[in-house]
Design a protein around this ligand. Sequence first.
Ligand code: SF4
Ligand code: SF4
Length: 278
Amino acid sequence: MAKIIGITGGKGGTGKSTVATALAFELAKKNKVLLVDMDADCPNDHLILGIERKKIKAIYQRIPKFDLNKCSKCGQCGTVCKTNAIVSIKGNEPIFMQQQCNGCGACFLKCPAKAISWDKKEVGWIYEGKKGRMDFLAGELKINEPVSEIVIGELKDILEKKKDNYDYILLDTAAGTHCDVISALDYTDMAFAVTEPTPLGRHDVELILRLLAMLKKEKKIILNRADIGNKKIIEELAEKYNTEIAAEIPYSKDIIKAYSNALPIKSEAIEKIIHEIK
Ligand code: SF4
Ligand code: SF4
């Protein structure tokens, strides 16, 4: 069964996806590796690696369907809709705005006339691809859809079926500490939090370290652009959360060049991280 490793970071722009893609690509030279882009709102690992993605599945969310012949115009459905997807005024037919619906089902339960049944809408897609020996999977939420958790749930269902086929599965999470990130990290065996030595980097990675502690996950820090800020503030944080800085990636022209040309970065730090994983 695969070891599942999260690559995460409290803040966007720390180089999390650059690290995840480089790590997966290097690991795949001697192991069976699946890289999963779990940033459903803004997946970009395929761009970093120059992968041509293939759409393999559409993802659907349930939405209510109103039978206006049965509707008594009581106005009750709108009163329970927390996302304001229904405008219902007593004496008028309800107006439904499906973009705002999260499929919670409250209106279905509330309707006294049984005028609401279920329909579905497409909210995203699953993609797959390949780079060298590495397999690739990604979820993407459609623009203007509110519920990315459905995409993450779908990816986890696929991983449950695939995980015996790999030595390592790397989950590149979204930035932040919201539901998608929690759901992805909860599925890992260990996680690396990528940050940079700045006050903002320190603040946001602390949130992630706190989250990983709550989830009781093994955690380590990867310090990106390690030579351009105040490293001490991240070292103090590592001590506070009883963890270590597993690798330091310097600010380097070669890395920027590789990134700009859709090539996985090469760095001693990536080798060091691979050593930490094994
Ligand atoms: S399913 Fe929930 S979110 Fe959607 S319209 Fe009904 S109450 Fe609102
Ligand atoms: S709760 Fe049912 S009956 Fe009442 S307005 Fe909504 S759809 Fe019509």
